[in-house]
Unconditional design. Structure first.
Length: 380
């Protein structure tokens, strides 16, 4: 049966359309037409003057709703994380496992397969952030878990049967050949928690590395004589850079400068969210360490950053206010850009005919009023 969304404004690649409606059928957008042509037989949903935008895709979600993926890498945990983020406009996400034993990585990947096969809304794959990282840039990660990618790890990382696998690694801990093998096997590879040189990072890019996990954080900086990972990332015009826009992980001025160096659509918003999202309790345990939210940021007892308390609509609003972006630019960084990074541009990230009906309805204050995943309202 068809459904039609009427009486709203629609953010499309052609701009914001008024006096138009969106027709949905079989989980996809099948038409964007003048309101006067809305099919009479379709079920109607009144948008009440709100703004309809593409659903947000978050490639880095450690937790939410009081649960952390590492604590219990199960279908139930993934479902709880998705439910916690949907009220904030997240219609697609990668549950993210930070550095852990390979047995836990295996559990996370099998849980992701089970979640996708069970139809848990919004699950697009899994993000394995470590343990193939550099101790010099470990951040909150447990360096005792770090290891190199051997054949056992390669087999595991390439074992996901459904959905996308994103792996964050430090390029200096592996070889361009291994990165190439991962990419050829269908894995999306990003650099993060890395102290690599500019030359090493360039070699990784040439081998197929296509992303940078939380740009500027936990990576070798741009300096006058050694451009580092940051320099290679900003010079690259093709790779995608994830940005945590909370005003604390990176100074907004630094991000505004970065945005001037490369195509805007090669930046994407990520939350790096922890269990506190969607919860009033702003404390949790991370691998034996107590983490609390102070001034909107998750930190341990020593003040080390430990992910964020950020949600996607908050990231969109911050991108507009802190980075001086337009609504269209900020939403693109939350939808079309991560979709393209994951190789899903032909399926998700835009409101267009043939795209999945992943949609978010915003009010005049840019608060989320309703969310659809595959054409199904999933509420607040």
């Amino acid at each position: 049966m068809q459904a039609v969304l009427v009486n709203g404004r629609i953010l499309t690649e052609a701009g914001i359309l008024a006096d138009h409606c969106v027709v949905l059928e079989n989980s996809a957008v099948v038409a964007i037409i003048p309101s006067a042509q809305a099919p009479a037989q379709a079920a109607r949903y009144d948008l009440d003057g709100g703004l309809l935008v593409p659903g947000f895709i978050d490639t880095q979600v450690n937790g939410g709703g009081g649960v952390l993926f590492n604590d219990a890498p199960t279908l139930e945990t993934i479902a709880a994380i998705g439910a916690a983020h949907r009220p904030f406009g997240t219609t697609g996400f990668l549950p993210t496992l930070i550095s852990d034993d390979l047995a836990v990585v295996d559990q996370a990947m099998r849980a992701t397969e089970a979640a996708i096969e069970a139809g848990v809304p919004g699950v697009l794959g899994v993000h394995i952030e470590g343990p193939f990282l550099n101790v010099q840039r470990k951040g909150i990660h447990n360096a005792d878990k770090f290891r190199v990618i051997d054949e056992t790890a390669f087999t595991l990382l390439t074992s996901l049967k459904v959905g996308r696998t994103l792996v964050t690694l430090a390029p200096e801990t592996t070889t361009p050949e291994m990165i190439r093998r991962l990419v050829e096997a269908g894995v999306v590879v990003a650099a993060g928690h890395t102290n690599a040189s500019y030359a090493t990072t360039r070699a990784a890019l040439a081998a197929g590395l296509s992303g940078f996990t939380h740009l500027f954080n936990a990576m070798s900086p741009l300096t006058s004589r050694e451009p580092g990972v940051v320099g290679a990332a900003l010079e690259s015009q093709g790779a995608w850079c994830g940005l945590i826009v909370d005003g604390r992980h990176v100074d907004p001025a630094v991000l505004r400068i970065a945005l001037r160096t490369r195509p805007m659509d090669r930046f994407m918003l990520v939350t790096d969210a922890m269990p506190t999202v969607g919860m009033s309790d702003k404390r949790f345990d991370l691998q034996g360490r107590e983490i609390q939210v102070i001034d909107g940021v998750c930190v341990d007892g020593s003040g080390t950053l430990a992910g964020s308390d950020l949600d996607m609509i908050g990231a969109v609003r911050n991108a507009m206010t802190m980075l001086e972006l337009s609504l269209e630019q900020a939403v693109t960084m939350a939808s079309a850009s991560p979709a393209a990074f994951l190789g899903l541009a032909d399926q998700r990230g835009r409101i267009a005919v043939g795209q999945a009906a992943d949609l978010v309805l915003l009010d005049s204050t840019l608060a989320v009023r309703e969310t659809w995943i595959d054409g199904v309202p999933v509420g607040r």
